[in-house]
Design a protein around this ligand. Structure first.
Ligand code: SF4
Ligand code: SF4
Length: 384
């Protein structure tokens, strides 16, 4: 069952009522939080952005979930591995900047500083059968996944399923990008990582989402919904329907459908007595699809390779905006970025795997994704 609630404000008392309804409709808070249970809340804290930037899960939602779980007697931990290094000072800055430190202070929830990882195994995984994830997530009795509704440069959309990529510690995420640089393979690895985490409940913060150049440098947009479900794939399909996106052009859902983990669209989803996606659609939400050219016309051969090179979207660095902070250099999985003597980031495109981590993590919006004109024409003609 997927619950869609209309909600147009982060007013704490309003959010508290909405989250109470989420628990009630899913069988009661006692299913998720009780004395002796370790409940781990996994928000999206991708970088040190203020809640108004709409890049991270809003603290009002984390506050309401933490408060209700604490009142039910559970031990509550807020855990996340953001985009940068997984180190205590970095985490402290993230917790403060995203409003989580205040949530912890007000609710009694603990902020995770356990920097270890624990090996987990999942037979259903396609590629990543055994991996290391953040220890609190591996040891949780319940995981409550509190994600944000956003676009994503590489994976088109990020919501519930993709949010659990944050269970991989810090810069180790880059290793997954490098090993699985093909978009479909990477999407499959995102699904595997999601399956390795036993998520009990997913709540998508779609009150203010992010469109255009997400997941960090896009524009906030009022989408005015909270979407929740025990089934992350269905919650995401509902969100994609709300923003009028085609799930079969979003790599994670194309691959999840192929693996039999979800439907092609919302047609078989039970929305209970609540709202249906068509009642809350946001047609002005802009999604930038990102199909690789090889999936469009040419699969191989010399001509295909030349055209792929010509047509692939690429990261472009704006010298005027670059502040030489080295973040992109540190996070680039392919190690093709250097900061020059003139204090400007530059990229060697030959080795670039188009993961767009640089665009995602640049704090100064100095990196954009540029699509050559021929790419736009090819994709437009494909969609006719
Ligand atoms: S491009 Fe952005 S992340 Fe890279 S060095 Fe410049 S300011 Fe820092
Ligand atoms: S330059 Fe940017 S897009 Fe290319 S591999 Fe490095 S981080 Fe990824």
């Amino acid at each position: 069952m997927v619950l869609i609630q209309r909600c147009d404000s982060y007013d704490k008392e309003l959010i508290l009522e909405k989250i109470k309804e989420v628990f009630d409709k899913n069988g009661g808070i006692e299913k998720y939080a009780a004395p002796g249970l370790n409940v781990v809340i996994k928000p999206n804290l991708i970088s040190k952005k203020s809640p108004d930037a709409a890049a991270t899960t809003h603290p009002s939602i984390v506050w309401a979930v933490a408060k209700l779980c604490k009142e039910a007697g559970a031990n509550v931990i807020i855990a996340e591995s953001p985009g940068g290094p997984y180190e205590k000072p970095y985490l402290t800055g993230i917790y403060k900047g995203t409003g989580m430190a205040q949530v912890a202070e007000e609710t009694g929830a603990l902020l995770n500083y356990d920097l270890t990882e624990t090996k987990v195994t999942c037979e259903e995984a396609k590629y990543l059968k055994t991996i290391g994830i953040l220890t609190p997530l591996a040891q949780a009795d319940r995981i409550i996944n509190l994600c944000k509704l956003k676009t994503h440069g590489m994976m088109v959309y990020t919501g519930a399923v993709k949010n659990m990529f944050g269970s991989i510690a810090g810069l180790k995420k880059a290793e997954y990008h490098l090993k699985m640089s093909d978009y479909d393979q990477f999407a499959d690895s995102i699904i595997d990582i999601f399956l390795q985490n036993h998520v009990s409940l997913n709540i998508i913060d779609g009150i203010v989402g992010m469109h255009r150049d997400g997941p960090t440098n896009g524009d906030p947009i009022h989408t005015n919904v909270l979407i929740s479900s025990e089934n992350a794939f269905e919650a995401d399909l509902a969100a994609l329907d709300v923003i009028c996106a085609n799930p079969m052009r979003v790599p994670v859902f194309k691959m999840a459908y192929a693996r039999g983990l979800c439907g092609k669209d919302c047609s078989n989803i039970d929305f209970g007595n609540g709202l249906k996606p068509e009642e809350v659609k946001v047609p002005e939400f802009i999604v930038n699809y990102n199909e690789e050219f090889k999936n469009l016309y040419f699969k191989s051969g010399p001509l295909g390779k030349i055209l792929q090179k010509m047509i692939r979207p690429r990261p472009v660095f704006n010298k005027k905006l670059c502040k030489a902070c080295h973040e992109c250099e540190k996070c680039c999985p392919a190690k093709v970025i250097t900061v020059t003597k003139e204090n400007k980031a530059q990229v060697k495109l030959e080795g670039c795997i188009r993961c767009f981590c640089c665009q995602e993590l640049c704090p100064f919006k100095a990196v954009t994704i540029k699509k050559p004109l021929i790419n736009k024409i090819a994709i437009r003609s494909r969609n006719k």
